[in-house]
Ligand binder design. Structure first.
Ligand code: 5GP
Ligand code: ZN
Length: 116
């Protein structure tokens, strides 16, 4: 899918509204429309990357920035102390439904492990 009709690219471009909680030069963090926990934020790169498996050598910095941003969001959302998940699904069988890389930051309740 090209970035023209990618849902998260459209959010980056401001074509679709989102509840943005934080942003950086290379990333955006906004609330999931269907939260699975009291805090459920998605951290995405501004640039279209399908998923973790599509990161290239040139994306090493970006990969670190996304994870660092996830930790930053967890702190500002007040779940850093109580614990949280930073998850990224890769592929349809793993639960990926939007093919623009995103890190789910989930917390505010006890998280079960292993996931289903
Ligand atoms: P995935 O299933 O690909 O790991 O996660 C995609 C996430 O995007 C889901 O948790 C879903 O609820 C969320 N999502 C889908 N469409 C929208 C939308 O239009 N706005 C927001 N904020 N989240 C969305
Ligand atoms: Zn995209």
């Amino acid at each position: 899918m090209g970035s023209d009709d990618c849902l998260f690219c459209r959010i980056v471009r401001g074509e679709i509204p989102a509840d943005i909680v934080a942003e950086g030069d290379s990333w955006l963090a906004f609330r999931d429309i269907q939260p699975q926990a009291p805090v459920h934020v998605l951290v995405i790169p501004r640039r279209h990357v399908e998923g973790v498996g599509s990161l290239g050598e040139e994306d090493r910095d970006l990969a670190g920035e996304l994870l660092f941003a996830a930790a930053q969001v967890a702190r500002s959302e007040g779940i850093a102390e109580t614990g949280y998940r930073a998850v990224t699904n890769v592929g349809e069988r793993a639960g990926q439904s939007v093919f623009h890389l995103h890190v789910h930051v989930l917390g505010g309740r006890r998280m079960r492990w292993p996931p289903g």
